[in-house]
Design a protein. Structure first.
Length: 190
């Protein structure tokens, strides 16, 4: 044994340290040998409980979800695609659903070319969507489609056979007004 106060080696049965006079039986009087685990230093108590760990994980997941949502919104905003309820976003989503490999679909630009009312007095749109996607063979497609649809607060209406028309020649910045008129007539006035 050693004195906890001065570190002097002590005999096993002594009650006081012969060097400093500290009582060996007191709370701080004697310590075990310096090599024993008790004299290594203060033992750190385990902090926290299992609930603290669970709350920490939930906190980090919530932060991750918030960052992911914000990142998606920023990407959509910067890429020219408006928010989830916008006609631009809805058109891109309708077109994505028509792809053979929908996970490869990336809308590059989405622009409303016409908006009005359909024969049922619902909001109707013709939206130009420029996109990249992969075909069934893995080749990347760069294309543009005119997407015609109408919608109310809860539902989107479109005819799969007539809702998606090609914009024209690749890179052609001018769209034929007759093409847009034909899309409007075929989708909304029949």
């Amino acid at each position: 044994m050693y004195c906890a106060q001065c570190g002097q080696a002590l005999a096993d049965l002594v009650k006081f340290c012969s060097s400093c006079g500290t009582a060996v039986g007191s709370a701080g009087g004697a310590a075990a040998s310096p090599d024993s685990p008790a004299s290594v230093g203060p033992v750190a108590e385990e902090s926290g409980t299992a609930w603290d760990n669970v709350l920490g994980i939930v906190f980090f997941l919530a932060i991750g979800y918030a960052l992911w949502t914000a990142g998606s919104w920023i990407y959509d905003t910067l890429s020219g695609i408006a928010g989830p309820a916008s006609p631009e976003h809805q058109a891109a989503e309708l077109l994505r659903q028509q792809m053979r490999a929908p996970d490869s679909f990336v809308a590059k630009e989405s622009t409303v070319l016409w908006q009005g009312k359909d024969k049922h007095d619902r909001a109707a749109y013709v939206v130009k969507v420029t996109y990249n996607a992969q075909n069934g063979f893995g080749a990347t497609l760069r294309d543009c489609k005119l997407v015609a649809f109408s919608m109310d607060k809860e539902t989107i209406y479109y005819d799969k056979r007539r809702a998606f028309d090609t914009c024209g020649q690749e890179g052609d910045p001018v769209f034929d007004p007759q093409l847009i008129a034909n899309v409007i007539a075929s989708q909304f006035t029949d």
